[in-house]
Design a protein around this ligand. Structure first.
Ligand code: FAD
Length: 426
């Protein structure tokens, strides 16, 4: 009897999930485990804990995965631990497992954790494997080595579009049964969190694969809003201006390949236009930041970012920062966006660019403080996308333009001309 620990991280789904497929293909018994940890912060600026909306989204996603596994006579062990590597090795030991399989992550801390697990497991003669499931392309599909990954998005896009192909999603495997009691294992209950939904939020954000597919169905098939995406994507009010799929992608309730596959089906069966292409274009931005994070490691989280030669002009002022976080800067557009973030865990892309620019370029505050605040609150928090975008907006990342400051007054006039957004969140 061979037993494998299947370590779920930010891949909380069963379909198109390489480590899941491989574990069930190769071992008689598979023990699905999720380590609930608060130690995994991307920077020293991060406050402990998650904001209520991010925590709720995670809990709902875990509940959904657990239910999916239970429907197949398996289960998900949820184990609170601030030392995931040690805990995984202990469970492997206790269950006589010969392997630990998990998803490959892209950001520095997560990659370091993988190396630590690999080296410690070697001493115990355990096989450890990490499989890519997070991106559209596998590393071997990219038309360049990681060291040669272009530093400008348009070059990356040009090359992958011409020379790489998104592979079709892989099937959900047959899940074999597993009962924690057979191994004397006891996970903890999923924490019960109160429903903190703000009635002003136009988005029915609920975590989990079931909810993720409902959102795909809504955005593509039901509303066909994707057909207008290129025109609406800079919007700020309502459910339809953008796909609202980011949080599902961040926790892996859905894979980028599954969305791509569904988009292609929609293009074949309904219509293909500039807007449907643009959704793929945005998925390429996400893709780009994943590979950039893998290439640059720790640099993504440092004050200088990817531009070490550029002088630093930022400081920190706790009172001013508090005004930004609480939506009291006096700039109504910025304030409304920050209020939406804290009240819902979400902010539009247009909003994110503006509040980031305001913090860094108008207030002169260290971009890492803003990024850490986003890390705590965003339900779609993803280290690569968050820190990559912050660096980009702070003028320290992959931006060919040397200075990217937004005029928030003009932005408000352009993107919220009737004041509907500011009205909603004031
Ligand atoms: C300062 C800042 C911080 C950000 N932090 C995050 C983060 O932590 N997690 C996150 O997923 N996105 C982040 N973004 C990117 C973007 O704002 C969100 O992905 C997007 O607003 C989510 O809404 P949507 O799913 O409706 O996007 P859509 O407009 O429908 O786009 C479709 C998908 O493409 C991807 N995408 C779109 N734009 C970007 C982008 N600029 N960078 C990376 N991926 C993108 C997302 O996965 C998104 O779900 C950040 C942007 C900024 C400016």
């Amino acid at each position: 009897m061979s037993t494998c620990i299947l370590w779920f991280r930010n891949n909380l789904r069963l379909g198109d999930n390489m480590p899941v497929a491989e574990a069930y293909a190769q071992f008689d018994t598979v023990i699905p485990v999720f380590i609930l940890s608060d130690s995994q912060h991307s920077s020293k600026w991060a406050e402990p804990g998650m904001g209520p909306h991010r925590a709720r989204f995670l809990v709902e996603s875990l509940e959904d995965l657990k239910q999916g596994l239970r429907n197949a006579s398996s289960d998900l062990l949820i184990i609170p631990s601030e030392d995931p590597v040690k805990t995984l090795l202990e469970i492997a030991n206790q269950t006589n497992s010969c392997a630990i399989y998990g998803p490959k992550e892209f950001a520095f801390n997560e990659v370091r954790q993988e190396s630590e697990l690999v080296s410690k497991a070697k001493q115990e003669r355990l096989e450890v494997k990490f499989y890519t499931e997070r991106t559209l392309y596998l590393q071997s599909d990219l038309p360049f080595g990681l060291d040669d990954l272009p530093e400008v998005f348009s070059r990356f896009r040009g090359k992958v579009e011409k020379r790489s192909r998104v592979q079709p999603p892989i099937e959900e495997p047959e899940i074999t049964s597993f009962d924690p009691l057979d191994f004397n294992l006891e996970g903890s209950e999923i924490p019960v969190l109160s429903d903190s939904k703000d009635s002003r939020s136009a988005v029915p954000f609920k975590g989990g694969t079931t909810a993720a597919w409902k959102e795909v169905d809504y955005y593509l098939w039901e509303s066909e809003a994707v057909l207008e995406y290129k025109l609406t994507r800079n919007g700020m009010v309502g459910r339809k201006y953008s796909s609202k799929l980011s949080a599902f992608l961040s926790l892996g309730c859905l894979s980028a390949r599954q969305i791509y596959d569904e988009l292609k089906r929609f293009e074949e069966e309904v219509e293909s236009n500039e807007s449907t292409y643009w959704l793929f274009f945005e998925l390429l931005w996400r893709e780009y930041f994943q590979w950039i994070a893998l290439k640059h490691g720790k640099d993504l989280f440092t004050a200088h970012g990817l531009q070490p030669e550029k002088p630093l002009k930022q400081g920190f002022n706790a009172r001013a920062f508090e005004k930004w976080t609480s939506g009291n800067t006096g700039d109504r557009f910025v304030d409304a966006n920050m209020k939406e973030l804290v009240a819902t865990g979400f902010m539009s892309n247009r909003g994110r660019q503006n509040v980031a620019s305001y913090l860094v370029h108008d207030m002169g505050i260290d971009w890492r403080a803003g990024a850490a605040f986003f890390e705590k609150h965003l339900i779609d928090y993803d280290p690569s996308s968050n820190y990559g975008n912050w660096l980009y907006n702070a003028g320290r990342g992959n931006d060919p333009r040397p200075f990217r400051k937004f005029n928030t007054k003009m932005q408000a006039e352009r993107y919220d001309s009737k004041g509907e957004f500011v009205e909603t969140w004031t």
